[in-house]
Design a protein around this ligand. Structure first.
Ligand code: EPZ
Length: 432
């Protein structure tokens, strides 16, 4: 197992370039199976979740050609809806998009139930509701989702909860269905819009993505396309918070500032400097931030995927802050790890009350999921002494070259083998 070893106290300075959005690329790559023609996808993040999905596409017969680490060319002409069950798909949440895409293309899909971060019970009832409204019969048997339809016909679907995955998955199943599909109470995240734009670039007829109602007119077939994934809003927000937490000065390049408005507004409220440019944000912070209150909400509200990172920043802010996690039931597991570093945080159900402290101290901490891991890394960059973050495979699933980018900004962080005590001692000697 690998770990990050971090020496705290170095403010982050310089420029960092944001990669393609993980949660958009997963939907887009699954959607390439909806056509027999070749699709080229650019700005794909080079992370493990993408590797796992591409391996699964190859397993069902797609030709996958990684032109370079950020460009994938896929031809899914020869695929068949074999039952898809492998160790990779069981690890990632994004595997559920193969259900909608294969159902949409073949009227049949058999895919292992998705995995994903351990932040709540992660049901897929709304995905299934959508598939059934389109005319599919869906069963869950032996850990697999088995969906089949004689014909898929457009329908009027009202989602009970705002769900990113269900919104995208129902779009994937509906683009080739007969007639019109209206989906209400949909997610409006940038990556939902990106997947809809990609499908339209293949000849789909989708209107309203990014609003509360999406209208889809089914078409007979989709054609090939060349498309570029939008920048990752959550990676960008993570680096914005890291710049503020380390009292640094960082220009975050290749972003869409509009997608970051909720984060920028909160950082400004806390006294952090945020300057928006055309495709970059400049974040700088000289002194201890003030407190604020956060409630995670579907886009355009404050994103749940930045809740751990922001809670970590608030742990060092002046005064008391309250964070309410309204999307997932179990997304405060990392708080115990921050308390181990000296944070003063009390969690009660889906609310955390944070009494800001002057500083944190380095410790060995354990990442419980992708964004929690990122928050613990940022905590280590601010802490006195050395922090070891274990279970970093979570972080590598969603952040490309995380330690390289942080090192380039002046952070002292190194990926090491957890078993190599000697190397750890050597690093600690070198940095202390
Ligand atoms: C996606 O997960 C993202 N993952 C998550 O990012 C992100 O936190 C989440 O959207 C919210 O933005 C991917 O895109 C691969 P949801 P997803 O369906 O689709 C409930 C990361 O760190 N719900 O929007 O699983 C659900 O329990 C990951 O990159 C149902 O009740 O999220 C939750 O409370 C973590 N029934 C709420 O809706 C369903 O059928 C939102 O979930 C589906 C969801």
């Amino acid at each position: 197992m690998d770990q990050y070893v971090i020496k705290g106290g170095s403010p982050l300075f310089g420029e960092v370039t944001i990669g393609g959005a993980k949660n958009s690329a997963l939907g887009i790559l699954a959607a390439t199976t909806l056509t027999e023609e070749t699709v080229t996808v650019n700005n794909v993040p080079n992370i493990k979740d993408i590797d796992y999905l591409l391996l699964a596409l190859e397993e069902i017969g797609a030709k996958v050609d990684r032109k370079d680490s950020h460009t994938v060319r896929i031809n899914a002409k020869g695929i068949s809806p074999l039952s898809l069950d492998n160790e990779y798909l069981r690890k990632i949440r994004g595997s559920y998009y193969l259900i909608g895409a294969l159902l949409g293309r073949f009227k049949k899909a058999q895919v292992v139930l998705p995995g994903g971060c351990n932040i709540g019970n992660r049901p897929i009832d709304q995905h299934i509701k959508g598939f059934e409204k389109l005319g599919a019969k869906v069963e869950i048997k032996h850990g697999m989702v088995m969906a089949e339809a004689v014909e898929l016909r457009g329908n009027h679907i009202f989602l009970d909860v705002v769900s990113v995955g269900a919104t995208i998955n129902i779009m994937l199943a509906a683009v080739l269905a007969k007639g019109q599909t209206i989906i209400e109470n949909v997610a409006k995240e940038p990556h939902v819009v990106d997947v809809a734009n990609f499908l339209n670039s293949m000849g789909a007829n989708i209107k309203g993505a990014g609003t509360d109602v999406i209208r889809i007119h089914g078409v007979d077939k989709l054609h090939g396309s060349t498309y570029s994934v939008i920048p990752d809003q959550i990676e960008a927000g993570t680096f914005m918070i890291a710049a503020a937490a380390t009292h640094g000065d960082v220009v975050i390049d290749n972003v869409i500032p509009k997608h970051l408005e909720a984060i920028s507004a909160k950082l400004v409220e806390m006294g952090v400097g945020v300057e928006e440019k055309d495709d970059a944000v400049h974040v700088f912070c000289r002194e201890r931030t003030g407190n604020t209150h956060i409630k995670t909400m579907p886009y355009p509200g404050f994103p749940t995927d930045l809740q751990p990172q922001m809670t970590m920043l608030l742990a060092l802010s002046m005064g008391t802050s309250v964070i309410t996690e309204s999307i997932f039931e179990a997304r405060f597991k990392y708080v115990d790890e921050l308390v181990r570093m000296g944070a003063s945080i009390k969690v009660d159900g889906n609310t955390a009350v944070v009494d800001g402290v002057e500083s944190l101290t380095g410790a060995t901490v354990f990442a419980s999921d992708l964004r929690a891991g990122a928050a613990l890394v940022i905590a280590g960059l601010t802490a006195e002494g050395v922090t070891v973050v274990e279970n970093i495979e979570y972080v590598e699933r969603g952040y490309e070259g995380f330690e390289e980018k942080l090192t380039q900004l002046g952070g002292i962080i190194k990926k090491m083998d957890s078993e190599d005590e000697k190397a750890l001692r050597k690093f600690k000697m070198k940095v202390s």
